[in-house]
Design a protein around this ligand. Sequence first.
Ligand SMILES: Nc1ncnc2c1ncn2[C@@H]1O[C@H](COP(=O)(O)OP(=O)(O)OP(=O)(O)O)[C@@H](O)[C@H]1O
Ligand SMILES: [Mg+2]
Length: 618
Amino acid sequence: MKEGTGWFLRRMLAYRPWLYSIDGLVWIGVYTLRLVPGLVAQRAFDTLQAGRTDPPAILWFAALFLGVGVTQAVVNTTGVLVDMRYRFSLSAVLQRNMLAELLRRPGARALDRSAGEALNVFRDDVRIAEDGVDWTLDMVFHVVNASLAMWILIQVNATIAIFVFVPLVAIILVAQIATRRLQQTRVASRAATSRVTGALGEIFGAVQAVQIAHAERGVVEYFRRLGEARRQAALRERAITLVTDSVYWNTVHLGTGLILLLGARSMRDGTFTVGDFALFVSYLGLVTDFSAFAGEFLTQYKQLGVSVQRMLALMRGSSPLVSAAGLVAHAPLYLRGRLPGTFADPGSLVAGRRGGLSPLRYVEAAQLSYGFSAESEQPHGPGIRDVSFRLERGSFTVVTGRIGAGKTTLLRVLLGLLPRHSGEISWNGIRVDDPSAIFVPPHCSYVPQIPRLFSESIRDNILLGWPTSADALNAAIHRAVLEHDISQFDNGLDTIVGSRGVRLSGGQVQRTAAARALVREADLLVVDDLSSALDVETEHALWERLSGSAEMPRRDITVLAVSHRRPVLRRADQIVLLKDGRVEARGSLNDLLVASVEMQRLWHEGAAGGEPPPDSST
Ligand SMILES: Nc1ncnc2c1ncn2[C@@H]1O[C@H](COP(=O)(O)OP(=O)(O)OP(=O)(O)O)[C@@H](O)[C@H]1O
Ligand SMILES: [Mg+2]
């Protein structure tokens, strides 16, 4: 496999090579120092055994122990600090690259999974990748350290060294490999836990839905089942972990016993001293640590492969064309001080406002097509097909059609939130290859059909960091017909709207989103079904103010609105009528009411309010 674990490790090891080298150097110190206490102990006990119990010798050894301890503390702390910095850079660059790719994707298709699942990749898989890269150092040092320890021990007593350690290492390696199962149970237990937390989140978010469906019993039963599955998975994992741990620790203790037994004989004839014994017991831990780590490293290496694939899958979503290299690209990180550009520096935002694009004179869309699935290449699949229109500066265009006709899809394709499969878009006659780069403020702003608010104040929800004056903010609020609502709130503009705006009515959410779009004073205003939650009076005021104001006269603002409501249709300079994703008819309301049966149908359905037709002749 081209983008496997080896590829990933090679690329990541080449990232921050200096930090990696320094980390390596410090950790050589950490590992080498682990060999010292055993050697000191050996000398100390041998000296004592030789009968030298005078205070200077004892003090000398005590000082040596203390010195080694302090040095270890200093080197270990340095090691952890350097390691943290290195590890942080590794995970930060992976997270940065994945996020950059998600942000590059058409907005309506940024995630191909739930936000919770994506966060899992950002947290858990990145963590595993970080370990995977960092542990390469540990693995090397473990091997070197264990070899050194073995070499020293063989010098002291080759027979005991080989008889004791070879089987020890073997036992632990076998135990590690045999406990691959441990890995499986861990994965299963983690999945069961995330199902429980996921269900909890959904239930909390749907209390009302559960109550009105009187589904408490069913929900509790469902939750109980998930809890039971989790209990079993966790128990299995715990049992296997305990067995593995006990194999490990019993082996260490058995090893000590073996040294004692084999050593006792040699001690009697004087070839194995008490100091040697102390050295063996001290190094026992090092060698067993090595074999335990080797086992863990092998399992981790497997897991790393899975995590790399999961990160790539998140980045690619449904477009396999995204290059894997993006994941491991060596990007700069801004870990200190001010962030470059964007909102950290509002000045740059204002200065770069127009980005060289001339003010809108006209926008053209020709033969736009997009299908949600492969079958939609067929004429009647969901999506849009061959849709063309032209928006003149200062004009008011309405896209209309039945539920599911493709109105929202058309807007998203125009704005680059969905990637068009064919067709062309142009701004003042200049072809636009990437509409998502052009159809943003200050050229274009968009009020989506289902707006998203954050659990912040109304002011922050409108501005979202956009640099503007208080007057401009108030003007936008006025144009969105929101000023009366705001004056009713206890804290006015500083009222916190609650999670996703739960403390606002549907109409208030829509108008807050409209104010967010209007404060950006864009040439082109695109709104999707904006007045669906408004009363007649508010709706009238909204369209009146939306399409022009003292600061921004009507001739300057171009509106593209999705609606099937009569007051909006009446305002339209042109109507684009969609049916099954295609343009059924296009023109003025009066023309369409004469020429199109579909338009007549929509118009009469919209007459629920008992409004008269625009013209008595229709
Ligand atoms: N993410 C999606 N995946 C698959 N099909 C989709 C998706 N989004 C929309 N569709 C389908 O595409 C068609 C057009 O949907 P669209 O949302 O554009 O309709 P609409 O005209 O805006 O409807 P409404 O008036 O209800 O807002 C529908 O048949 C819908 O089921
Ligand atoms: Mg829609």
